[in-house]
Ligand binder design. Structure first.
Ligand code: AMP
Ligand code: ZN
Length: 466
């Protein structure tokens, strides 16, 4: 289990991945702020993290991944009030939508999805520790701030020039830019804009700042020090810089060994974002007739550190690429004919080695996909020449399955049975139980006329799209 190199934002260099605990990779991935349906820019980050997770598993590591849900912050409060809804009801609908979208993109679930509002006591305890150690101070309005002057390492992730810092100047909002680096809010005293969103604390009624949420939740589920922390590049400053300051000042240990950040999904040269209004949700794209699998391929196929420009033409190209995969697997199945797998033929072995070397090098997905498509080309040529034995074909099938454990796009997901077909299947089951074969056959024909095939198996009827 060696040989995996990752680009660490802390050092701006490629480093060998070595977990703190042998055989176990622990990672924290900043999750969605549930004030709206996530856009596919957000999902670029989650698809990148999914590839990372799956690659670690392929390498034999047990993975513990934590992804938080930010369900209280400036934006969730603002928009729940605009909608006239209690915060918890407002965010619940977007949590649900988020998990639906994650499934549509075949993203493996994390081990933990802690929500910020379930961890207020942990946040208060962390702020207390920072106060006791002299890193935090209370402002006149009852808010508590982190003092960047007390923390000489401030700026190490974002590589800030410390002479530009403005200690003693305070920034109350969750988001701000590098030019305005200043003492940031750990606890925000209640004001009327918060409505009924407030918790009791040693500093009076109020709510946590966004950054402290992740520090408290990562500590609870992964301990004070873990292996990998990820997010989009926009998270580097201030969010991750502030997480480092809070966690490391409190615990005296490095928060994470490796910091990995994905570049943005762009639209016409600009970051896809809600505030710019240039975004597409997954739902919009599915409604246009694209499959979750095609969107996943599109988000996956560009190296995570390279900006990716979103266009519908590139989604069409993803569709074409997947069609080639499907044609190949459809050809391979009868060639294997259920034979036991033999050793991989030489051309497939070479592709397998290239695939692994590529992903070991900071998840070089373009080279890994090139190995896949070269294997498809060679496999087709060998089949054209009738030189692929059933044992060879079965070995190649097994290789594709192994690869799909990492890519999550090669296998075509079974299409859900629509209600009109299901109704006929139910009727047919009753007919068969009553040994009414005539009706059973008539229903099979009706189902076939609607583009579905039904097979009778020992486990019952199985319907597949023809
Ligand atoms: P948010 O819900 O804004 O906190 O963002 C959730 C995650 O999506 C973070 O890791 C962001 O860095 C990431 N993200 C937001 N916009 C984009 C984008 N256009 N491209 C890639 N990642 C993004
Ligand atoms: Zn975070």
């Amino acid at each position: 289990m060696s040989g995996f190199r990752v680009h660490n934002t802390l050092s701006r260099q490629l480093e060998d991945f070595q977990p703190r605990e042998a055989g176990h990779a622990r990672m924290y991935t900043c999750g969605p702020t549930v004030y709206n349906v996530a856009h596919i820019g957000n999902f670029r980050a989650y698809v990148f993290e999914d590839l990372l997770r799956r690659w670690l598993q392929f390498k034999g590591y047990r993975v513990t991944q934590v992804m938080n849900l930010t369900d209280v912050d400036d934006k969730t409060i603002r928009d729940s009030q605009a909608a006239g809804m209690p915060l918890a009801d407002y965010t619940a609908q977007y949590k649900q939508a988020f998990f639906e979208d994650m499934r549509a993109l075949n993203i493996q679930p994390a081990e933990h999805y802690p929500a910020a509002t379930d961890h207020i006591p942990e946040m208060i305890a962390l702020i207390r520790t920072l106060e006791e150690k002299g890193y935090a101070y209370r402002a006149a309005d009852g808010s508590v701030y982190f003092s960047i002057d007390q923390w000489p390492a401030y700026g190490k992730l974002a590589h800030l020039d410390r002479t530009g810092l403005r200690p003693g100047v305070r920034v109350a909002t969750d988001e701000y830019d590098k030019e305005n680096a200043a003492d940031f809010a750990l606890w925000k005293a209640w004001d009327e804009r918060d409505g009924d969103v407030a918790w009791n604390s040693p500093w009076g009624r109020g709510r946590p700042g966004w950054h402290v949420e992740c520090s408290a939740m990562s500590m609870k589920y992964l301990g004070p020090s873990f292996d990998i922390h990820t997010g989009g590049v926009d998270n580097i400053f201030p969010h991750h810089e502030d997480e480092i300051a809070q966690s490391e000042a409190a615990n005296g240990q490095p928060l994470a060994t490796y910091w990995l950040h994905c570049a943005h999904l762009m639209v016409d040269g600009q970051k896809m974002s809600k505030s710019r209004g240039n975004f597409h949700t997954l739902r919009d794209i599915l409604a246009r007739g694209y499959a979750g699998r095609e969107v996943r391929y599109e988000l996956l196929a560009t190296h995570y550190r390279a900006p990716l420009n979103f266009t519908f033409a590139s989604l069409d190209a993803a569709r074409t690429a997947l069609r080639r995969v499907d044609e190949f697997t459809a050809r391979l199945a009868p060639a294997a004919g259920g034979a036991p797998a033999g050793a991989l033929p030489g051309w497939a072995r070479a592709a397998a080695d290239r695939f692994e070397t590529a992903l070991d090098e900071d998840l070089n997905i373009s080279a890994a996909l090139a190995a896949l498509f070269d294997a498809i080309r060679e496999g087709n040529a060998v089949m054209d020449a009738k030189l692929l034995t059933p044992a060879d074909a079965a070995a190649v099938q097994a290789l594709l399955k192994r690869w799909d454990g990492v890519l999550g796009v090669l296998e075509k997901p079974a299409e859900a049975v629509p209600p009109d077909i299901q109704a006929r299947l139910d009727k047919r089951q009753t007919a068969r139980a009553a040994k009414d074969w005539k009706l059973s056959d008539a229903l099979r024909d009706e189902i076939a006329a609607r583009g579905w095939t039904v097979k009778d198996t020992p486990k019952g009827q199985v319907a597949t799209k023809a």
